[in-house]
Design a protein around this ligand. Structure first.
Ligand code: FEC
Length: 317
């Protein structure tokens, strides 16, 4: 089994911020002011751990797929032995905006003689401004190959039961820290997208709401809402409500505690550490709300199990 695991990607050094940002803007160079502002955001968080987390997700997924492959019966191995399980499953990493790029991953797959693979993004919701753009990059890279590679896509997994269970587990941990859980507000967030995509029928907001509904149902939350974060620095309107405005309204409604869970991103990165832990936290403190963020899934084994279930089912299609 072959897997192409994709994620957003992040610059490794401050010098890489400008070309990375230019790639996000499809080759249009951002103004000096925008670059400086982004550099400041990275500086404020220290560093985004996204590339490291993506790599560990890939290593663990490959190990888990091989651990359970017929060549490695569980009864012989027991728990992991001293060696990382090797076997027929190979996981390749490609990032949308930095290195290793999706093109570099596909070139490596071709070099290794791969003819069929499952393609999956480490983000559960389909959007014209997310998964569709990964698909475009994959298509462009495949076109440059002398032999085809068949890609079986996992386009979204917003309601996958193991994903809902993994998110619910993290939310439950956050609830333990609340003074009065029945009186708290529960907010699920995802990255905002331009409203123009929603007007073109993007299923993204409906899928984000579905994830939120299922987690809330699983934990029998008294109430919940969805808000969007990290709207881009572009003049067009973006999908809301924005998390900061939403926090202010919650305080006006009388809430004193809020749990925020970012369900649009499995991993920690700039948009979690800056937009939630610094910016949204500052907004909450300013208006007198106690904000607890549920921790992310990152490369924890329960999320790797989600990826494993999804790629195994796709491989059999
Ligand atoms: O840690 C890191 O360095 C990377 C964090 C990061 C993730 C991420 C995920 C998503 N984005 C999505 C949509 C857009 C759209 C634009 C856009 C712009 C940026 C910029 C940075 C950035 N995004 Fe992002 N996004 C991350 C980081 N994103 C930096 C550029 C500065 C800014 O505008 O804030 C607008 C593009 C344009 O200008 O044309 C649209 C979506 C996701 C979730 C799915 C995924 O992870 O792929 C949707 C992580």
């Amino acid at each position: 089994m072959n897997v192409l695991l994709m994620a957003y990607g992040t610059p490794y050094t401050p010098e890489e911020i400008e070309p990375y940002y230019t790639d996000i803007r499809r080759g249009r160079r951002p103004s000096e002011e925008l670059v400086r502002e982004l550099e400041e955001r990275y500086h404020a968080i220290g560093k985004s751990p996204l590339n490291e987390i993506t790599l560990v997700q890939a290593i663990r997924l490959q190990a888990l797929l091989n651990l359970e492959a017929p060549a490695y019966p569980k009864r012989l191995l027991g728990p992991f032995g001293p060696r990382i399980p090797q076997g027929p499953a190979r996981v390749y990493v490609g990032t949308k905006h930095w290195h290793p790029s999706i093109g570099e991953a596909i070139a490596a797959m071709h070099e290794d003689g791969v003819r069929r693979a499952v393609a999956i993004v480490a983000a559960p919701h389909y959007s014209l401004r997310s998964v569709a753009e990964y698909q475009e990059k994959v298509e462009a890279a495949l076109k440059s190959l002398p032999e085809p590679i068949e890609m079986v896509w996992v386009e979204s997994y917003e309601a996958h039961p193991s994903l809902i269970a993994a998110y619910a587990r993290r939310l439950e941990e956050a609830i333990w820290r609340l003074r009065e859980p029945r009186k708290a507000a529960y907010v699920f967030t995802a990255h905002s997208i331009p409203l123009s995509a929603v007007e073109r029928g993007d299923p993204y907001p409906r899928q984000v709401e579905r994830t939120a509904e299922l987690i809330a149902k699983r934990l029998a939350l008294p109430r919940f809402s969805v808000a969007y974060q990290s709207a881009g620095r572009t003049p067009e309107p973006w999908l809301g409500p924005d998390i900061n405005e939403h926090l202010k309204s919650l305080r006006e409604e009388g809430f004193e505690e809020v749990v925020v869970q970012a369900v649009g991103f499995p991993a920690d990165h700039l948009e979690v550490y800056y937009d939630l832990d610094l910016e949204a936290q500052a907004t909450a403190q300013e208006v007198g709300l106690r904000l607890i963020r549920a921790r992310s899934l990152n490369a924890d084994l329960d999320y790797i199990q989600v990826l494993k279930e999804l790629v195994e089912a796709a491989w059999l299609r």
